[in-house]
Design a protein around this ligand. Structure first.
Ligand code: TYD
Length: 137
């Protein structure tokens, strides 16, 4: 998988005087069915999250509140994104190493995922990930 497949996806916004509403439908606004939702919160200043890749899992990462940075790496190229909007998300395809940092105080990171949690889907060692992607090319 290549980093070019990873991109910011804008979600619909229903703007009304009584407030905004955004919705996300699996396989319509994002390229996968949503099987799992998880979120990071109360992240202390200076903390790093991520530091792994997934063999199969696809994800959409959204800054529901506040902001943070996401560094994506396909083993050949790296791209950094700054997420700070609740109406757009970063689509991350499989086989992408990701690191997240620079969490603002009170930020909430919500992740929509294409599969249930499965530790065997992770590469947690960067060299093993590199070996897998470079071997595949
Ligand atoms: P991890 O994916 O390493 O978090 P991050 O990428 O945000 O740094 O997960 C941290 C811990 O939480 C790890 O022990 C696995 C567990 N976990 C679950 O049990 N279920 C889940 O859906 C997720 C995402 C993590």
């Amino acid at each position: 998988m290549s980093i070019e497949q990873c991109k910011i996806i804008q979600m619909p916004i229903i703007k009304e005087p009584r407030g905004n509403l955004t919705f996300i439908e699996g396989r319509k606004h994002i390229p996968f069915s949503i099987e799992r939702v998880y979120y990071l919160y109360d992240v202390p200043g200076g903390a790093n999250r991520g530091g792994h890749a997934h063999k199969e899992l696809e994800q959409l990462i959204i800054a529901m509140s506040g902001s943070f940075d996401v560094l994506l790496d396909d083993g050949h190229n790296k791209v950094k994104f700054h997420l700070n909007r609740s109406y757009s998300g970063l689509y991350v395809c499989s086989m992408i190493w990701r690191e997240m940092d620079n969490f603002s105080s009170g930020s909430v990171c919500m992740v929509l995922a294409s599969n249930l949690y499965d530790e065997s889907d992770y590469y947690r060692d960067y060299d093993s990930f590199l070996h897998a992607v470079r071997g595949a090319h």
